[in-house]
Design a protein around this ligand. Sequence first.
Ligand SMILES: CC(C)(COP(=O)(O)OP(=O)(O)OC[C@H]1O[C@@H](n2cnc3c(N)ncnc32)[C@H](O)[C@@H]1OP(=O)(O)O)[C@@H](O)C(=O)NCCC(=O)NCCS
Length: 250
Amino acid sequence: MMSDKLILKIRRGEGHIYSRIRRLLKSLCTLNPPYVKPIHLPLYYIQYTLTSGTKWLFHFMWSIPLFKARCEQVGRNVSLPNGLPFIVGSNLKIYVGNNVTIYRVTIGASKVYDEPVLRIGDNSAIGYGTVLSIALEVDIGDNSMIGPMCMVMDNDDHPISPARRLKGEGVTKDDVSSVRIGNNVWIGSYCTILKGITIGDNSIIAAHSVVTKNVIQNSIYAGYPARPTCRDIDKESFNVGKKSQQSEDR
Ligand SMILES: CC(C)(COP(=O)(O)OP(=O)(O)OC[C@H]1O[C@@H](n2cnc3c(N)ncnc32)[C@H](O)[C@@H]1OP(=O)(O)O)[C@@H](O)C(=O)NCCC(=O)NCCS
């Protein structure tokens, strides 16, 4: 069509005239209207207050009561900063402690076991974009933080056997093993925690790690697969303190 050819010529900036038209259109697209600070700054704060207020109201009147109704047990001061988590599987039993923060996460429960369980202890938080895939049990202790975009799974979601995958079969009870994340654990962003893993109290999983073996307590694991980089956080910080004390003494 004629108009298509014309648009293409302008987009390519073919020749003197079309390249001038292209430049003119480009500068019109990036044109900034004038602003008057004493007028536009209060308008900015009005818009900010209105959107924050509406968000808070929605959180308070809608997301929190609906989420609480979905849980078997839920403590005080639950916070859902990005609204309701996306929960798949009505058979999942959810137990949530006090002061828990859950960003926009996806929680998927499989049908292998009748009643898979998710437990989140007091003062724990789960970051934005994290996925919890639960066939039997995922247990998150107290004061633990799971960073954004992590994957925590107590099953592989698909069978290992090619024949079973071709038949479209799901996992069986043999492919499932609970995940236990201890107290005061910090899991960095983009980590994967595979089935059957226990992470000991106070430990840290560095960003982007894939945890394939149990993590002992008070340690830092990093990498793919995750390996210990520090075996006793408390002991190391104690040594650091001791060293600086010694240098001060000298
Ligand atoms: C685990 C962590 C806290 C360690 O911090 P740190 O003590 O300052 O660590 P360092 O940078 O001194 O690194 C120590 C060693 O571990 C390695 N390491 C650190 N993070 C790593 C990672 N994510 N993957 C692989 N190796 C890592 C370093 O290369 C270094 O190895 P080297 O001694 O051979 O040089 C930090 O690396 C991390 O992953 N933070 C996560 C932050 C995050 O995701 N926040 C999201 C909000 S919850």
